[in-house]
Design a protein around this ligand. Structure first.
Ligand code: HEM
Length: 385
């Protein structure tokens, strides 16, 4: 059973279960000939994600030189001490207060998007995709009338193919736009995340790092959250008994989001690292200089860690999923992603308790590739409200 065929795209879990049963780590070669190691068990994954002997540095090839630095200086691709400095700066700006202050706006945006939900319709297009984009614009402080162009570049970057002319042009346009936006925020300080980061610029944050950080927040915060919202609605439609639990007790919505993160981890394998020392996992020793990816999708269903791991259970008591990573690179945006997903699911169910899929769940189409786990479309119907 392979990781690269249509069968895997339709349902990755049988192949991942087979690998997990065989051992904690496996050598994988892509159809394009790229070799890496994939970790499939929870205990080893926790170790790998936090082991300082694994580096996050990754070359960003295939972009014109003037755009390289704007992509490569992001903290997700850095090790300490650079990572520590960048993470500290953005953490100071990405405060719990700033996230919580977004709550009414997230509710407003969700309600507006739900007002436009058609039946039958596509929940990804109507809600899951636009919501995180609008929210990230609010957080960063992208002015309302500039969001159309911003959305165009952002979509090309997220949905497009790295290295194509269209992709490179979108990055170039986005970088140009951001540099202009920062100039304006320098001239007239604003009380938003980019305003706070601009004021940290100078000795502590270079201008390329500022651009790179913003692009990281935009990209890391968008598609993953789209997948989380889509996967949560998919799982509830597929398991009517669990949906009924939530309708009877809406206080379980946060638990349903955690269970979705575990069972259908949106960021399936986006955990690149490279060995700087030989790494022994089980009976395998990985040499220096090899790429290692943790399959979060696989490790979050490890029976050594979770009881009845393949069951979707909103009353589950065993936490500890690794869907947001672990260690110093633990997802910075986890509180924001949780806030958005909880509001989206809570509002959707209270307005449309009768929501259901218009096609059998087996016919739904998933995004291709190993990195992300999310639906391309989620066809649903709801009764008129
Ligand atoms: C890092 C998942 C939403 C910003 C990560 C990592 C994971 C992850 C697994 C660690 C990668 C690694 O260790 O190699 C997710 C999921 C999300 C989500 C599943 C939604 C459901 C967001 C949002 C934002 C965000 C909304 C920001 C607005 C970041 C950043 C990092 C990161 C900046 C890098 C942290 C560092 O290097 O220190 N995310 N993420 N993420 N995430 Fe998220």
């Amino acid at each position: 059973m392979g990781l690269f065929g249509e069968e895997y795209q339709a349902d990755p879990h049988p192949a991942l279960a087979e690998l997990r049963r065989d051992g904690p780590v496996h050598r994988v070669v892509t159809p394009g000939g790229v070799a890496f190691w994939m970790v499939t068990r929870w205990a080893e994954a926790r170790h790998v994600l936090a082991d300082p002997a694994l580096s996050k540095r990754q070359p960003v090839d295939g972009l014109p030189p003037e755009l390289q630095a704007a992509m490569a200086t992001q903290m997700l691709l850095r090790d300490p001490p650079d990572h520590t400095r960048l993470r500290r700066l953005v953490t100071a700006a990405f405060t719990a207060r700033r996230i919580e202050a977004l709550r009414p706006r997230v509710e407003e945006i969700t309600d507006r998007l739900l007002d436009g939900l058609e039946s039958p319709g596509d929940l990804i297009e109507a809600l899951a995709f636009p919501l995180p984009f609008e929210v990230i614009c609010e957080l960063l402080g992208v002015p309302g009338d500039e969001r159309g162009a911003f959305r165009g570049w952002s979509n090309t970057i997220i949905l497009g193919q790295f290295g194509t002319a269209e992709f490179t042009e979108a990055i170039g346009d986005l970088v140009g736009y951001l540099r202009g936006l920062f100039d304006r925020k320098r001239a007239r300080p604003t009380d938003d995340l980019l305003g706070a980061l601009v004021s940290a610029e100078g000795d502590r944050l270079s201008s390329d790092e500022l651009v790179s950080m913003t692009i990281l927040l935009l990209i890391a915060g968008h598609e993953t959250t789209v997948n989380l919202i889509g996967n949560a609605v998919y799982l509830l439609c597929r398991h009517p008994d669990q949906k009924k639990r939530l309708l009877d007790d809406p206080g379980l919505v946060p638990a349903a989001i955690e269970e979705t993160l575990r069972l259908a981890s949106p960021s399936a394998t986006t955990t690149y690292r490279v060995t700087t020392q030989p790494l022994t996992l089980g009976e395998v020793t990985i040499p220096v200089g090899e790429q290692v990816l943790v399959s979060l999708l696989a490790v979050n269903r490890d029976a050594q860690r979770f009881t009845a791991p393949d069951v979707f259970d909103v009353d589950r008591a065993d936490g500890g999923h690794l869907a947001f990573g672990h260690g110093i690179h633990f997802c910075l945006g986890a509180p924001l992603a949780r806030l958005e997903a909880q509001i989206a699911l809570g509002r959707l169910l209270s307005r449309h308790p009768d929501i259901h899929l218009t096609v059998p769940w087996q016919d739904l189409r998933w995004r291709s590739g190993l990195l992300m786990h999310g639906l391309t479309a989620l066809p649903i119907t709801v009764a008129a409200s």
